[in-house]
Design a protein around this ligand. Structure first.
Ligand code: ADP
Ligand code: ASP
Ligand code: MG
Length: 456
């Protein structure tokens, strides 16, 4: 049975990183690897930025360093003829991107559709390059256009895969290669509609591609290779003392990913659950370290809390109306407003006369508020953050709320929710204090010997 190995952007940041990936793949050569790779680090950001630049020449010029980085890797790691071939591919990508940027400028209503094709070049180039680097290192490999495997709906920039079609196409494309002992290399994040138009799965979506391919092929493991050693007890950029969690249940990993642990795309776990495939998160800079194993087993840890996730840039909305009291249909009318504006709600809490909820994407907020005002008084707060404490041990464990709140008693907490699954405890605070709050909670919940040190 094959194994999927997904490498994120930082794992293919430069020539040394590409070489390192080749070594990691070579070490598992006998496990029939299928490789999924992200665009080189920061490339998706640069391509996206180019699509928002009004002056097309300026936009193309802004991409020069990006093309140059690909070129530099090819020059360093490939044979002269391989590199020459790849340079041709870079220049035809540049031509097509120029065409697309021109089309976006003329056709703003088509922006999302065209933008998806622009950003797809990040993954197309990195996967082509990686397949060549592997071949150069004596590993028979072939780039496979992920758009032939991952078939999606037409929701550009956040497309949802059509599972039946995706599984069938992935099997058709990949089985023959695996049978011929060739390592398929796919770009993550990108797909195509049934009509062949390029789509993307949302930022960070390469993890999801890996899980989809893993589920399609029934692999015995999905490996996510990144720049940290697995899922940590908190975001290491905020809490440098955060530690690797050895094992997580699927539900714990899904909650953490959903509430901001960027190490996994929120949709990654679902395909793995359905096919009972373990997901391993490993560090490409330190491959010998164990990392985190995510699987069906729930481990009851001595500590009830496994990790703290957080996300910023959240908006909360509170709708208050006496009409809610004893009236049916009110909540439906309220949620329909968000549905009409295709806006996803994250956390919801209700009291007798009010509903509070949080949103990541507030682009349709003005229109939403206007409609909500027909239902009641609306209060919007921007610049909020969500903190989520996760652990199977939280199920039925009293006292966690008290512990959390006493640790950050000087910070105003809203939107408190103990998830339906009871393995998470979630709340909102003001964004400016989120790093401080997460640090203090980490000290209190994971480093009790240090006490609740304040970072103020
Ligand atoms: P990749 O490019 O490999 O997909 P990402 O940047 O998407 O990598 O995800 C890895 C990053 O996620 C880490 O560098 C880390 O800063 C961040 N992160 C946030 N929360 C966590 C967490 N709980 N555990 C591990 N990493 C986390
Ligand atoms: N390259 C894409 C992004 O930066 C997808 C990914 O890295 O997973 O969002
Ligand atoms: Mg990622």
């Amino acid at each position: 049975m094959p194994v999927v190995m997904k490498f994120g952007g930082t794992s293919v940041a430069d020539a040394a990183a590409f070489e390192n990936v080749a070594r990691i793949v070579a070490a598992q050569r006998d496990r029939s690897p299928v490789v999924v790779v992200s665009a080189m680090s920061r490339v998706t950001d640069s391509l996206l930025a180019a699509t928002t630049e009004n002056d097309v020449d300026k936009a193309i010029a802004s991409l020069e360093p990006t093309f140059h980085r690909h070129h530099a890797v090819a020059k360093e790691l490939l044979s002269e003829s391989q590199a020459e071939q790849f340079v041709k591919q870079i220049s035809s990508a540049a031509d097509r991107i120029a065409e697309l940027l021109g089309a976006i400028a003329q056709n703003p209503s088509q922006r999302k559709v065209l933008q998806d094709e622009v950003v797809s070049f990040g993954e197309t180039l990195s996967s082509t390059l990686l397949a060549e680097v592997l071949s150069q290192r004596g590993i028979q490999a072939r780039q496979v256009d992920a758009r032939r495997c991952v078939i999606t709906d037409e929701e550009h920039t956040a497309a949802a895969p059509l599972m039946g079609e995706t599984f069938a196409r992935s099997q058709n494309e990949l089985h023959p290669l695996l049978q011929a002992d060739v390592v398929p290399v796919l770009g993550g994040f990108i797909g195509a509609t049934t009509r062949g138009v390029t789509t993307t799965l949302g930022r960070g979506g390469s993890d999801y591609t890996a899980a989809l391919i893993g589920a399609a092929l029934g692999t015995n493991e999905i490996q996510i290779w990144t720049d940290v050693t697995g899922v940590l007890t908190a975001d290491p950029r905020v809490v440098p003392e955060a530690q690797t969690i050895e094992r997580l249940s699927y539900s714990e990993a899904a909650e953490l990913a959903y509430f901001g642990a960027k190490v996994l795309h929120p949709k990654t776990i679902q395909p793995a659950i359905e096919k009972h495939i373990p997901v391993r998160i490993c560090n490409s800079r330190s491959p010998a370290e164990q990392g985190t194993l995510v699987g069906p087993q729930t481990e009851t840890s001595a500590r009830t809390v496994k990790a703290i996730a957080h996300k910023t840039g959240v908006t909360t909305v509170q709708i208050t109306s006496a009409r809610m009291l004893g009236a049916y249909g009110f909540l439906r009318a309220l949620f329909e407003v968000f549905e009409r504006h295709r806006t996803v709600i994250d956390v919801v809490t209700t009291s007798e006369v009010s509903v509070s909820l949080s949103l990541d994407d507030d682009s349709a907020l003005p229109a939403i508020v206007k409609e909500l005002e027909q239902l009641g008084t609306v209060r919007v707060e921007k610049g909020r953050a969500i903190i989520c404490v996760v652990g199977e041990g939280l199920r039925g464990m009293p006292g966690i709320a008290a512990r959390v709140f006493s640790t950050i008693s000087d910070i105003n907490v809203t939107l408190i929710s103990q998830g339906a699954s009871s393995i998470n405890f979630t709340f909102a605070i003001e964004e400016e204090r989120v790093n401080e709050a997460v640090t203090r909670l980490h000290h209190a919940l994971f480093e009790p010997h240090k006490g609740t040190r304040s970072t103020k």
